[in-house]
Design a protein around this ligand. Structure first.
Ligand code: URA
Ligand code: SF4
Length: 214
């Protein structure tokens, strides 16, 4: 099965998943989106209000900011794969619970295996916790670490930077380092630059609806 087919199969399973309690209140599951051969994968926390409505990741205020951050790295959304640690919205945007993270983590692991990105950028503590349990984001943000067969870069969650303006310069600087880190990761992994194959590889990509919460 090709990576794109595997991702479609995962999306299909997720849309009907009842493995944890979060399925009870979801409107639309948010599996994630992006090219099946993305070199960089972003992993956020979970769908919020707008994501639950639209079934797409990062389409609310955090998403708008994420688009600006990607631009800071010379990237567009269609260049990267964006997913979350839980695919269904936690009611009232509460933190995802351990059993939910564990149940949903199987889908995320399958997505990572299919995409096989050179770099995973974790956004927020739940996503960082998969790779660096106990790490302090204030001391490790923006630093790339090789963990098993790929590189992990923990970053602040865009929502955190929206709510705490003092974090903004750090998150902007971390995103600005990404192109250089990608070159480093490619060299270390012996990977060639992947030619963009947007027309075939993009999963269902459309321009995000720009919604503002403010
Ligand atoms: N915040 C997240 O962590 N993920 C989303 O998809 C949207 C907001
Ligand atoms: Fe299934 Fe994940 Fe949704 Fe829980 S959050 S119901 S594990 S898709």
């Amino acid at each position: 099965m090709s990576a794109a087919e595997t991702l479609e199969k995962i999306a299909h399973e997720v849309s009907a998943c009842t493995k944890c309690a979060l399925h009870e209140s979801r409107k639309k599951a948010v599996t994630g989106e992006g090219p099946a051969d993305a070199e960089i994968m972003f992993i956020g926390e979970g769908p919020g209000f707008h994501e639950n409505e639209q079934g797409r990741p990062f389409v609310g205020a955090s998403g708008k900011f994420l688009d600006q951050l990607l631009a800071q790295a010379g990237l567009e959304r269609s260049d990267v794969f964006i997913a979350n640690v839980v695919k269904c919205r936690p009611p009232g945007n509460r933190d995802p619970q351990l059993d939910e993270l564990q149940a949903c983590g199987e889908y995320l692991s399958a997505q990572i295996e299919a995409i096989n990105p050179s770099i995973i950028v974790t956004l927020g503590r739940f996503s960082m916790g998969r790779y660096m349990p106990g790490a302090k984001i204030t001391s490790v943000h923006g630093q790339m670490q090789k963990i098993e067969e790929r590189f992990i870069i923990p970053m602040y969650h865009p929502a955190a930077a929206l709510h705490q303006p003092a974090l903004r310069p750090s998150i902007l600087a971390d995103f600005a380092k990404l192109p250089e880190q990608l070159n480093e990761a490619r060299a270390a992994l012996g990977r060639q630059v992947v030619e963009k194959k947007k027309s075939t590889a993009s999963q269902n990509f459309e321009k995000p609806q720009q919604l503002s919460l403010f």
